[in-house]
Design a protein around this ligand. Structure first.
Ligand code: SF4
Ligand code: SF4
Length: 161
């Protein structure tokens, strides 16, 4: 994963998969058989090829705690639940991701304020989407310029958060 360069020593924690599986949401991690259905349907993987739920699970199973928990990739999931619904093994990857984020905070891989800031950003995006849809419905000709203006405002608010 991109947060760790090839020259960085990789710390392996053989108990990592058990530590994840012991937490609520992580229980089904170990039954993943690597089919890749999760990655194939993931909207984030579609726009960022570095992001792969299948690979994240594989790294957890291999004990790559530092590589997983220090990576920005675990914060990209939008919790859309597509992988959750499609997984043939009922791994519940969306919940696994929640566990990985918890551990990243608890073990000091990110600042404790990070999840709250992320939630704030998600709320802003949802507000933007709702308002943009309402305006598009009211006046289709204004939809594009209004959305661009709102996006600029969103970027400013996130930068100030
Ligand atoms: S869809 Fe399920 S079983 Fe397949 S790789 Fe993803 S998590 Fe593993
Ligand atoms: S819940 Fe996250 S990992 Fe799963 S498909 Fe949606 S964005 Fe991708």
């Amino acid at each position: 994963m991109s947060a760790t360069s090839d020259k960085t020593p990789r710390v392996v924690n053989p108990r990592f998969k058990y530590e994840v599986a012991d937490r609520p949401g992580g229980q089904n991690l170990k039954v993943c058989f690597g089919c890749g259905v999760c990655t194939a349907g993931c909207p984030v993987a579609e726009i960022d090829t570095a992001y792969s739920p299948r690979r994240i699970i594989r790294l957890v199973l291999l004990g790559m705690e530092e590589e997983v928990l220090s990576s920005e990739l675990i914060w990209l999931c939008t919790t859309c639940f597509t992988c959750y619904a499609r997984c043939p093994q009922d791994v519940k990857f969306t919940d696994v991701m929640g566990v990985l984020r918890e551990l990243a905070v608890e073990r000091g891989y990110v600042d404790p304020s990070f999840p709250a800031r992320l939630r704030h950003m998600d709320e802003l995006v949802q507000t933007l989407r709702r308002d943009a849809v309402r305006r598009m419905a009211a006046d289709r000709r204004r939809a594009v310029p209004v959305a661009v203006d709102e996006l600029k405002e969103l970027v400013r608010e996130v930068a100030d958060a």
